[in-house]
Ligand binder design. Structure first.
Ligand SMILES: [Zn+2]
Length: 438
């Protein structure tokens, strides 16, 4: 009896699973908008039922909707709404900014309304035109269905110059760290309209980590209501230029934030937001003072300190869980001036003793002014006397984003003595001085 000819469908399940993870952009760690592997997967699922059953979840691991009309977004929604196991398979969604598309049929409209009713999401207005609002609503429902979604990428096709990467991302990552290819270090800035972000913030109730480019078009008040973000642990603005009002509003709605990052800096061709001051930024961070563990904040050299008065923030001791602090000299100078006003003394060693909570383990200071040298000696002494019991490392270096620090010769002159004092205190200090004076 002749055996049936060998075919792909006869391969052991382990081999087919391996093939699935090899072709799947998500499993192979390729960008989600790389759709070639997915097309191959999709073709394989049409060969036979066995291949379909094994490989179809891989097809749904990542969904890409870039530069296409809205109907495919609807087809995807219908597929995952009808097959909850496929909705569970979705880990990555990449979508581009809305484009005008064809009209929906009445059938589409009725189904969509049913979904909205089931999920108790607000109805779009009757007779909606094809507009951004409707498209965002579909996206909102998709995000709702995909309970295991790890990453939502907004891809903006944004042509600045031909030699720059035209793809920019805003990623909303749930289970993993931010995973977007960023414009960081390329000198390219990306933007996202707040209207595009808003539905996602509203829908992603389990969002843990949020990394954003510059958000434009946020107008506080005006009926804008941010959701309370109970799951958000990580908020990363990278080297962007968010409006202070947007940062304040987001922080006011975070109840569990552990990690905040912002390298505020003036971008090429961009006016600095005149509302920013260093002390206002620290004051906004007080919203998360009970939960924040890692704070990275770098203010550009032209950021004003802020209005100094008796009530303004002058130490970080209120941040009761703070373990890691990475700030630049500009931030510490603003705090020290405020502290001088509030305490009535300009003694930098006293400032150091009252700057941080006892939970601190790592301190990084970028581009510090030489006036902070006495404060550093004071840190070492305080550690010996038991005030900062958990402090283990101190790093003094040039900012990773600005690279403009020209340290005064005082730093090189005090290097040996600082290292000695910190060694006595059981703390590793690294003084990475660029252009160190001989
Ligand atoms: Zn995969």
């Amino acid at each position: 009896m002749a055996s049936s000819p060998p075919s792909l469908g006869c391969l052991p399940v382990e081999l087919l699973t391996q093939l699935g993870s090899y072709l799947c952009p998500h499993c192979a760690g390729r960008p989600s908008y790389d759709s070639q592997g997915q097309e191959s997967l999709s073709r394989l699922t049409r060969i036979c039922r066995r291949l379909r059953d094994i490989l179809q979840p891989f097809v749904f691991h990542s969904f890409t909707h870039i530069g296409e009309a809205p109907p495919r977004l609807l087809s995807f929604l219908y597929a995952i709404a009808a097959r909850p196991e496929l909705a569970q398979a979705v880990t990555t969604i990449a979508v581009s900014q809305p484009q005008a598309g064809t009209e929906f049929t009445d059938h589409d409209r009725r189904l969509l309304e049913q979904y909205l009713a089931c999920l108790r999401l607000p109805y779009p207005p009757t007779n909606w035109p094809v507009n951004e609002y409707k498209r965002n609503s579909i996206l909102e429902i998709i995000v709702f269905y995909c309970q295991r979604l790890e990453t939502l990428d907004f891809v903006t096709l944004y042509h600045l110059n031909s030699y720059q990467n035209p793809l920019h991302h805003a990623s909303f990552t749930r289970l993993r760290g931010p995973s977007m290819p960023t414009s960081f270090g390329l000198g390219v800035q990306s933007y996202l309209e707040y209207d595009i972000l808003a539905p996602v913030l509203g829908a992603a109730r389990t969002l843990k980590s949020l990394a954003l480019p510059t958000i434009t078009g946020f107008k506080p008040g005006n009926g804008v209501r941010l959701p309370v973000m109970r799951s958000l642990r990580v908020l990363n603005f990278r080297a962007s230029l968010p409006a202070l009002s947007f940062v304040q509003a987001l922080l006011a709605h975070c109840t569990q934030l552990q990690k905040f990052t912002l390298h505020l800096r003036l971008q090429v061709n961009q006016e600095r937001d005149r509302s920013w001051t260093v002390l206002d930024a620290f004051a906004a961070l007080l919203y998360v003072k009970d939960t924040l563990q890692e704070l990275t904040f770098e203010a550009s050299l032209d950021t004003p300190f802020g209005e100094l008065n008796q009530g303004c923030i002058s130490t970080l001791t209120q941040f009761k869980q703070l373990r890691s602090l990475k700030v630049n000299g500009r931030c510490l100078r603003a705090l020290s001036q405020s502290w001088t006003l509030n305490s009535g003394t300009a003694d930098m060693s006293l400032f150091a003793t009252q700057l941080l909570p006892p939970t601190i383990t790592n301190l990084t200071i970028w581009d510090p002014h030489a006036s902070l040298i006495p404060a550093l000696f004071s840190f070492a002494r305080e550690k010996v006397s038991g005030q900062y019991p958990h402090l283990t490392t101190v790093l003094v270096a040039a900012s990773p984003t600005s690279r403009i620090w020209m340290p005064r010769s005082d730093w090189a002159e005090h290097r040996d003595q600082l290292e000695e004092e910190f060694e006595k205190a059981g703390v590793t200090i690294s003084l990475n001085l660029p252009n160190a004076f001989p």
